[in-house]
Design a protein around this ligand. Structure first.
Ligand code: GRF
Length: 187
């Protein structure tokens, strides 16, 4: 069975969908959840699902001990599901082509430093874009620049505000993220 490690900073709705999706079969399981926030919603999900979790700070994420800890779970993939910190180069090198991220826009548009969460959706609305969507991509040493695995689109209507667009984008994320992970594990 494949082992997945999820990194998340927030509510964890994507983590929840991934956990649910893989519970149904025996292809993979989420073996560890990592968060940089003590009060992140995703930790409640980890506790409920009896999944080990680990809280990190800016020093931990750069440490050899942390890499060692991740390696004890022998991950096929490290999945960034709303994780707000940049992944240090040493971690990218150690897990080359094994770290994937989901971004709530159609990269390369609305990506890069400072472009996360509501900032992305507000920028899309302010630019009067007619469509937005999601990008699932490999993580390299630059913010939101790794090879793209999948993009899915949604329309942006003139009555949408950032919250409404965030809901549409979340729906795409919840549907496609588990499928993309499954696809990678199978190929
Ligand atoms: C998602 O929109 C994801 O694209 C972004 O952060 C959000 C996380 O949402 N990187 P959740 O915590 O999974 O609900």
């Amino acid at each position: 069975m494949h082992s997945l490690i999820i990194f998340a900073s927030g509510r964890g709705s994507n983590a929840e969908k991934i956990i649910e999706y893989f519970k149904a079969g025996n292809r993979a399981k989420v073996s560890l959840i990592v968060s940089n926030k003590q009060d992140a919603g995703v930790l409640g999900i980890a506790k409920r699902e009896n999944i080990p979790f680990h809280i990190i700070d800016k020093d931990t994420i750069k440490s050899v001990e942390f890499i060692d800890l991740l390696n004890t779970y022998n991950p096929s993939l490290i999945v960034l599901a709303g994780f707000l910190w940049k992944i240090p180069d040493a971690l990218v090198a150690q897990f080359n082509n094994k770290i994937i991220n989901i971004h709530p826009s159609l990269l390369p548009k609305y990506g890069g430093k400072g472009m996360y969460g509501q900032h992305v959706h507000e920028a899309v609305i302010n630019a009067s874009e007619k469509e937005s969507g999601i990008t699932i991509h490999y993580v390299n040493n630059e913010y939101d620049k790794g090879n793209i695995i999948l993009q899915a689109h949604c329309n942006v209507s003139s009555t949408d505000d950032a919250n409404k667009l965030a809901d549409k984008v979340h729906q795409l994320e919840h549907y496609y993220f588990p499928l993309a992970i499954d696809y990678i594990l199978k190929s």
